[in-house]
Design a protein around this ligand. Sequence first.
Ligand code: HEC
Length: 187
Amino acid sequence: MKNFFIFLIFIGFIACNHTLTPEEKQEYSDKGKEIAQVSFNALSEKLTEQMKTGGTDKAIPFCNVEALPITQQLSEKYNVTIKRTSDKLRNQKNKPTERELKIINDFNKLISNKQEIKAIVEIDSNNKKHFYAPIILKANCLVCHGKVGELVTVKTDSIIKSLYVNDQAIGYQEGDLRGIWSIAFKK
Ligand code: HEC
């Protein structure tokens, strides 16, 4: 009987020992980077188009309607779940999980210590693989995420607030961590 329990503990240990080989880590890191880049390009291409034709104030309602469907379509194409999340949300639908929030906090600590941040690849207790990478704000993001009265006009702010009552994604500077890409693989 005792041996049987030891056997169970042993099996349990093997079953819970979720790790990725260095080759798998590299593979998921490459895939994650590619998917994040394609998603970023798709979003920014559409956004730039809107900004050119109607300016910032027209681009905001566009993001409101189109941003999530764009990442959803790409999620289907790549057979993954693509998410952009943040500790200061604009759209509550992008709410972070506990793990995502921990990674955002860790990335923020690295940035304040002027250390390099690298993408993370890991496997969870359900054997699901995840890719997380930082989203850093560039100068051209600040018309919608910068300081009100500086790069964000009062009018733009009121359009944002009319669509996102609890908007927190404002007041940033160039180089700040806006959030992360979180990509969950289905296989
Ligand atoms: C025209 C205004 C505009 C510009 C420019 C803009 N954003 Fe946003 N951003 C938005 C809106 C609106 C949302 C909410 C989208 C939604 O409803 O899904 C958003 C959401 C996000 C989110 C998702 C997390 C959340 O809080 O909901 C991230 C990450 C983000 N933006 C990063 C950026 C980065 C990085 C840039 C520059 C490369 C940028 N944004 C430029 C308006 C803008």
